[in-house]
Design a protein around this ligand. Sequence first.
Ligand SMILES: *Cc1c(COP(=O)(O)O)cnc(C)c1O
Length: 352
Amino acid sequence: MSQYWSHLIHGLTPYVPGEQPKINNLIKLNTNENPYGPSPKVLIALQKEASESLRLYPDPNSDVLRKAIASFYDLETSNVFVGNGSDEVLAHTFNALLKHDKPILFPDITYSFYPVYCGLYEITFETIPLNDSFEIQVDDYLKPNGGIIFPNPNAPTGRSLALSEIERLLKTNTSSVVVIDEAYVDFGTESSVALIKKYPQLLVTHTLSKARSLAGLRVGYAVGNPDLIEALHRVKDSFNSYPLDRFAQAGAIAAMEDKAYFEETCHKVIATRTHLVKELTDLGFEVLPSGANFIFAKHTKKDAEVISAGLRDKNIIVRHFKKPERIAQFLRITVGTDAECAALVSELKQLV
Ligand SMILES: *Cc1c(COP(=O)(O)O)cnc(C)c1O
């Protein structure tokens, strides 16, 4: 607290990211990073970029990258906005598209950055409870609002919502923006990107941090109607004209172009997840169905805090959100390599 701080800053409750401990030999299953490295083509592109040209500013609008993203989805460059991680894309979205008189709606259990952006941009919101099976119920969102946002699959539950349900929401909710945060969609959930041509109020956000193994590069994007994209560019150019540096643009282009590598890593993660779910179920965990690269699980007898601390003693870290009460007994476990998951299961056999 300081007399020098603005009134707004006094009242902020910032987001707390999962920890990045500086310990060797750690099995890190707490922040949903990809256990596999990025495409080798990305590394080559980055090396090429390490040159004298770094004295020059990067392309402010990342046109080549936006074109690469557009062609991945068979869209136009004008349908794509890019930012320094999808967190930045989301921040600009809250500011540009979700700040209206009526409160915005999002689930009670969801990505905990959403209420933080509401605090930063002074946006009022209403949380909509997930049902007892931790599912989003579209009917609960069919009321007047300033905008709607949720991840699909949802975080930290991992549960997916069917595309037909999203379309049902879009058919009714036509006068405010609907944002689908598809950070984890490539691990087996149906994408809403196909709907953007039909619904001008739909914005879909993505990140290269998870399915494209580039959390360290910080690239995210949004796709939608050019009118929504234009609003995001207005905010970007009132904030930071060069959010993506030369490395980020070059690496992200290579990642978007190497579709084969991307599909192969996603398939590996999905196969490991299937196996992990079975092993955890055998150990007495209740595991929610997951369409993501993590699972959300609760042991039928053993306390989550005890399990999480016991794993930590063995250099395995998972994420334990202690709040709200409904999820206090759940652990969110990132799907690692087969070897990492085997190590996890073997420690859990001792613990539970
Ligand atoms: C990881 C994540 C993001 C942020 O991704 P970055 O591109 O790394 O900023 C956004 N939304 C959800 C739901 C996430 O889990």
